[in-house]
Design a protein around this ligand. Structure first.
Ligand code: NAD
Length: 278
């Protein structure tokens, strides 16, 4: 397990908030053999990446109404804003925190089928998770959207590259890089507001959840649909579910365990107890 983050007094206060619920989460993890994690931006805030909706969140600095798929396609200014956001994101140099490592530890121990994440930061993979379904794509790559994408659907030629490709073009003075194969627009391989989800990723997420004997949501406001519908449908089918988040979510009344607090403090504690009994 990672360094103990409980050295931090602020995090320790947080951890003490909800001791009984952490025990309940540990028990749920302890009796399950096919846990599926469902994570959101909150699992990465303790790696230094802001989430969307918190007081320090990305939406306090960028107007989400300007960052839809249609606006991206229509406006070179919006594309410039997108690349600026991406640069800021990677300049943070985020590394996995104790929550990402705890998710990976469950899979390594043969007790988790994997993680479905809304995050685009790649930190679950960096932490050692092998089965990672990125339902909102990845910011580490870029992809061709095609010359005239419309109705939220990319019509690209299939060309893709690492995000560095775009940064190199921008550094060389190309303000609005285009696909080197077909001349189409390029964008990070993430799902923007108003953009259709990748059907293959959704199918893999559904398959994982269909096989799960427990679902644990970590760090998601569960307000972004259709992604938030995935744990909601598992709970409706009667799959035991838990939510670990800093604030209440709309699904809290429908799950078995709700833990309010820090993912990087409380999840490692629950996983350690589930795996070692200590
Ligand atoms: P969100 O911003 O809507 O919600 C995040 C939730 O996490 C909030 O309810 C917040 O209270 C909670 N939270 C924050 N820090 C926490 C912590 N340390 N421990 C426990 N809970 C914590 O994020 P979302 O539900 O993932 O949905 C918004 C969209 O934001 C997603 O589609 C995601 O792709 C995108 N996003 C991703 C990243 C990333 O990749 N790191 C960052 C920002 C936004």
């Amino acid at each position: 397990m990672p360094d103990d983050p409980e050295d931090d007094d602020a995090l320790l206060d947080d951890a003490l908030l909800d001791e009984g619920a952490v025990v309940a989460l540990a028990e749920l993890l302890g009796r399950s053999r096919r846990v599926v994690f469902f994570t959101g931006a909150g699992v990465s805030t303790e790696s230094g990446l802001p989430d969307f909706r918190s007081s320090e969140g990305i939406w306090t600095r960028y107007d989400p109404r300007r960052l839809t798929f249609e606006q991206y396609v229509a406006s070179a200014d919006v594309r410039a804003l997108h690349w600026r956001m991406r640069r800021e994101f990677f300049a943070l140099g985020a590394r996995p925190n104790a929550a990402h490592l705890a998710v990976a530890a469950m899979e390594t121990a043969g007790r988790s089928l994997g993680v479905i994440t809304q995050n685009v930061d790649g930190l679950h993979t960096d932490a050692g998770s092998l089965t990672v379904v990125e339902i909102h794509g990845t910011a580490r790559r870029i992809t061709c959207l095609g010359v005239a994408p419309h109705d939220g659907v990319a019509t690209g030629c299939g060309w893709s590259a690492g995000i560095e490709w775009a940064f190199e073009r921008l550094d060389a003075g190309g303000a609005d890089p285009h696909c080197p194969v077909c001349g189409g627009l390029v964008k990070s391989a993430t799902i923007s507001f108003g953009q259709a989800l990748d059907a293959d990723a959704l199918a893999r997420a559904d398959a994982l959840l269909a096989a799960a004997d427990a679902v644990v949501v970590v760090g998601s406001s569960l307000q972004v649909y259709p992604a938030a519908g995935l744990p909601a449908r598992a709970a409706a089918r009667g799959v035991p579910c838990a939510i670990l988040n800093r604030e209440p979510t709309p699904l809290d009344d429908d799950v078995d365990v709700v833990v309010l607090g820090s993912a990087a403090v409380l999840l490692p504690r629950a996983v350690r107890t589930a795996l070692t009994g200590v």
